[in-house]
Design a protein around this ligand. Sequence first.
Ligand code: COA
Length: 262
Amino acid sequence: MNYENILLAKEGRVATITINRPDKMNALNHQTLNELGHAFDAVKDDAAIGALIITGSGEKAFVAGADIGELLEVAGNDTGAAELAGYGQSVFRRLDDLGKPSVAMINGFALGGGTELALACTLRTASTNARMGLPEVSLGIIPGYGGSQRLARIASPGVAREWILTGDMFDAAEAHRVGVINRLFEPEALLEGTQELVKSILVKGPIALRFGMEAVLNGWDMDQKDGETLETQYFGKAALTEDMREGMAAFLEKRRPNFTGK
Ligand code: COA
């Protein structure tokens, strides 16, 4: 697929997707969602890639939301808006199935669908000048790309209510305080800081990384006891891998492990 609205780059084991509509603050129109879905699949299928970074082009925005002009076109239609929401959700959900960590690198405004895309990633880094929020109520709608559900789970139901009902923009420090942003960097350090974070993850055992992500994600809606049963299953499976033997042998031999993903 030839991408018009995104850039997909690979460097070593890290793929980077840059949403590239800077004149529209990288707003997500249908074409961009489509391209993102395609790129997520390409990253998933590429065994040489271990992690994904998603960011926005330009100095100002990560993603300023769904494309409002396009939303208005489908809004009057009985099923159009719901279909668009379902489509956006299905694209973002592919990040859950990536089998490798994704990091939203938030370099400016992440509003509406931008905050929702960031929440769909495994982790979020941001520059101190990032601004996040779910302003949909100001437009007479609510978040439609999974944001009401993910924010309640990643931060808390109370934070989700505050963000959704006020539609306010929150600065990076506040988003960090409530647990939406994992790591905060000065703007000039964002890229390097994010790359360092990804690098520190990629030296770990790839099977353990996948199981760790799946244990959290698949246990998301379980009660403590069922969640612990799930954890036990992943723990047992991880303990059967060659990576487990290598990781423990390396510790005892005081050397770096050489994980093979087996
Ligand atoms: N959809 C479509 N176009 C958008 C957009 C969106 N979500 N967000 C920004 N743009 C466009 C603007 O219409 C403008 O286009 P134009 O130059 O053709 O007029 C361009 O991007 C620049 O935006 P502008 O508003 O002039 O920049 P700003 O620096 O004054 O403000 C924002 C930046 C992000 C605060 C502001 O653009 C904004 O509030 N965007 C909408 C956020 C939103 O409600 N998102 C949720 C959508 S459901």
